[in-house]
Write a protein that binds this ligand. Structure first.
Ligand code: HEM
Length: 213
């Protein structure tokens, strides 16, 4: 079934990218031991200005990025439902803690107030959507839970889309990450959210058409 191959390919690509980016973020653990290896000087300034907020975000967010993709494998969910629930709680906790850290770091964003506003808005939407998705699961409204978790991970995956867009920005002439971050604070997540909305609408239409046959 070609559609299934596309879905499996997309999930695998998502898991690989998420794993690579979360592993790269491990360098921020070095900061706890005053090792600043591979850290942009402007981001170092952000961390030195707001260490608790920034490190809470940068050390915890990769957990959400890493755990998320595996929650979307139907076979894993069906075979190991307890693992799905435990990993789900870990994902929600990581999003909420890292989201509060991100919101508190946004005013100090290295790209200035426009970047700070975009990241702040993302943090609020991330926290709200993840909470709503979790509440839907508790109420056993699994259709709503599935939909809201897609939106939640679309925002978590901003960490990956942002880093994929950096080489494009540099190729287009931007001088540094901070110079392009007023754009990245929006382009890293709004397209992901639109994509999930379009995919979910098309899926619903397909289901209704099958039911009507
Ligand atoms: C989805 C909501 C997120 C928001 C609102 C957010 C917000 C922020 C903000 C404001 C900064 C400071 C950037 C600057 O000064 O320009 C930052 C940096 C960072 N964030 Fe996030 N972030 C989010 C998701 C994630 C995720 C899922 C990860 C997982 C890898 C992550 C990892 C990092 C890292 C490692 C940095 C340091 C900068 C870098 O290495 O590029 N963030 N984030």
């Amino acid at each position: 079934m070609p559609r299934q191959y596309v879905a499996n390919g997309a999930r695998a690509a998502m898991a690989i990218l998420a794993t690579l980016i979360a592993s790269h973020a491990l360098r921020y653990y070095g900061v706890l031991g005053h090792v600043w290896l591979g850290i942009d000087p402007k981001l170092r300034a952000v961390i030195e200005h707001a260490p608790v907020q920034a490190l809470t975000h940068m050390l915890i967010a990769p957990i959400a990025l890493l755990v998320g993709p595996f929650q979307f494998y139907p076979q894993l969910r069906a075979r190991y439902p307890t693992l799905h629930r435990v990993a789900g709680r870990l994902y929600v906790a990581a999003c909420l803690i890292a989201g509060v850290g991100a919101l508190a770091t946004a005013p100090y964003a290295s790209g200035g107030p426009v970047a700070g506003f975009g990241f702040g808005l993302l943090a609020i939407c991330w926290i709200a959507t993840t909470c709503a998705a979790w509440r839907a699961a508790v109420r056993r409204d699994f259709a709503r839970h599935r939909l809201l978790m897609r939106f939640s991970y679309a925002m978590t995956f901003a960490a990956a889309t942002l880093r994929l867009q950096i080489p494009i920005g540099l190729a287009l002439g931007a001088s540094s990450y901070s110079a392009m971050s007023p754009w990245l604070a929006y382009t890293s997540w709004i397209p992901n959210v639109i994509l999930v909305a379009l995919y979910s609408t098309a899926e619903k239409r397909r289901r209704l058409a099958i039911a009507a046959e």
